[in-house]
Write a protein that binds this ligand. Structure first.
Ligand SMILES: *Cc1c(COP(=O)(O)O)cnc(C)c1O
Length: 378
């Protein structure tokens, strides 16, 4: 019995009829680009995130890039980003001509270490992009206080945190704007590429709506140099179906994470934590251990697909060798990439499967310990 990291086929099997009906609706209407499903989804997702506006775009990367541009971040500016994140966060900064400044992360939550913000700041610093990595909200109060003190823009990278809460408020409504990705494997995923920005800022929202559509708010009137990055109507139709299940799915993720915690709590694995007053949505269930590679290969032998998020830190990627800066030592980022392991987790993982994963992990660690004892005795 193979266990995938994320089981999307089970999700689509369960929603098959609803999704087919939604797609058929678009096919019948023929409003493939910026059709009624897009508007409906934008309204529903803005409401879900407790924000005024949602603007659907082509991907999470485009959501970040467009937002930076819309808020006037560009050449000569520096933007503080965590080193431990998917490359898109830093790449978006480079795409607008600004320089990402990488900062190390908190070893417990894996989000940006707020103690290191001051050291990363100078006269060129224009913005900060906290990432709610793995589904655990970043320390937004501290970040917002820092940003306000220094006149910085805050853009949340919420690509892994659909539905997560920080002090009761949804991630996405905690800064000037937030970027979401609906890449299929995310907590809310489309059946292809898709993304969105949510914000309470009226003028930014208006700029984004124009910019994503060739710089045109009125057909054939082009007021700015725009882009073609619109959320597809078919993707929006699928997202509307799935949005209705998001809270239920996140609850299931939280429950499964709790079950992992019970089964793995007795081992010396470092398990994910959930800070007081946040609601973690476990986009990924990331554990840490020195024997990561042994665990990974033994899981593979048992047909269990685990992942590494992320194996190669941004500071060592060829594409970031130029036009990217670091602030302070990136000790956690440089060392933890060899210890991180994402165990299978999605709302469609069964308890039996979870127990199987936990069993293989526990057994591997016990075997490792035994051989350690043997070596010590001999
Ligand atoms: C997935 C992801 C993105 C990019 O989203 P795409 O839709 O793939 O462009 C950005 N940031 C983070 C943290 C992500 O996980």
């Amino acid at each position: 019995m193979a266990i995938p990291l994320v089981n999307l086929s089970r999700q689509h099997e369960e929603l098959h009829d609803e999704i087919r009906e939604a797609i058929d609706g678009v096919l019948e209407r023929g409003d493939f680009v910026l059709g009624s499903e897009v508007t409906e989804f934008e309204n529903e997702f803005a409401e879900y995130c407790e924000t005024k506006h949602c603007i659907g775009v082509g991907s999470g990367l485009d959501a970040l890039t467009l937002t930076l541009r819309g808020l006037g971040v560009g050449k000569g500016d520096e933007v503080i980003v965590p080193a431990n994140t998917f490359v898109a966060t830093a790449l978006a900064v480079q795409h607008v001509g600004a320089t990402p400044v990488l900062v190390d992360h908190d070893p417990e939550t894996y989000a940006i270490d707020t103690h290191r913000l001051s050291a990363a700041m100078n006269a060129r610093t224009k913005a900060i992009i906290p990432v709610h990595l793995y589904g655990h909200p970043a320390d937004m109060d501290t970040i917002q206080t820092f940003a306000q003190e220094h006149g910085l823009i805050t853009i949340e990278d919420a690509a892994q945190a659909h539905g997560a809460r920080y002090k009761g408020r949804r991630c996405g409504g905690l800064g000037q704007a937030a970027a979401f990705s609906f890449y299929p494997g995310k907590n809310l995923g489309a059946v292809g590429d898709a993304g969105a920005i949510v914000t309470n800022d009226d003028s930014l929202a208006q700029w984004l709506r124009t910019a994503r559509n060739y710089g045109s708010a009125v057909k054939y009137k082009h007021t700015i140099r725009g882009f073609n990055t619109r959320l597809d109507s078919i993707q929006a139709a699928v997202l509307r179906v799935k949005l209705r299940y998001l809270d239920e799915w996140n609850e299931r993720r939280r429950w499964l994470a709790c079950e992992y915690g019970k089964l793995l709590g007795g081992t010396d694995l470092i398990l994910p934590i959930e800070r007081d007053d946040v609601e973690h949505v476990y986009h990924l269930y990331v554990v840490r251990h020195d024997l990561r590679d042994a665990l990974l290969s033994r899981l593979q032998q048992h047909g269990i697909q685990a992942g590494i998020h992320y194996p190669v830190p941004i500071q060592t990627q060829t594409a970031f060798a130029r036009g990217c800066m670091t602030s302070g030592p990136l000790t956690h980022s440089n060392t933890m990439c060899d210890q991180l392991l994402s165990l299978p987790l999605c709302p469609f993982l069964s308890l039996d499967e979870l127990e199987e994963v936990a069993h293989v992990v526990t057994e591997t660690l016990a075997l490792a310990k035994q051989s350690e004892i043997k070596t010590a005795v001999s």
